[in-house]
Ligand binder design. Structure first.
Ligand SMILES: [Zn+2]
Length: 128
């Protein structure tokens, strides 16, 4: 492990992550250790640096753990699963997974971002 940390080249395209996009998940990446951090955080959770740059997630990940499952009466064989999704970039977001299923989807199921509507309290994912 190197004793001195140098900021690494940033791969983000200039200007791409600065707009007010509502159709994508954003997160913050530490300039020093490259760790991904939830967008709401202001300090890197690994090294404590405040030098974070905003990046856009590809929206693919896996169910980390589930907190609640709601079965609607209107739609048979359809569930709304409140859970946390671990994105491929290395951060976790609260999410709702909607699926054509009877049983809750197990942890580790691959999901992709479906909707990030302003009225939703959590991002909506569907099975990938
Ligand atoms: Zn860091």
């Amino acid at each position: 492990m190197p004793q001195t940390l140098e900021p690494q080249e940033l791969t983000a395209v200039p200007g791409e992550a600065t707009g007010q996009e509502t159709d994508a998940l954003h997160f913050r990446r530490c300039v020093w250790c490259r760790s991904a951090t939830e967008h709401s955080r202001t300090l890197c959770r690994v090294c404590g640096s405040s030098e974070l740059v905003e990046e856009r997630s590809q929206g693919s990940g896996a169910i980390g753990w589930t907190t609640r499952v709601v079965r609607t009466q209107d739609l048979v064989h359809r569930i709304r699963q409140t859970c946390f999704v671990a994105l491929d970039e290395g951060f976790t977001v609260p999410a709702t997974v909607e699926a054509q299923a009877i049983e809750p989807l197990p942890n580790g199921t691959r999901v992709r971002l479906a909707d990030l509507g302003p009225g939703e309290e959590a991002a909506v994912f569907v099975p990938a």
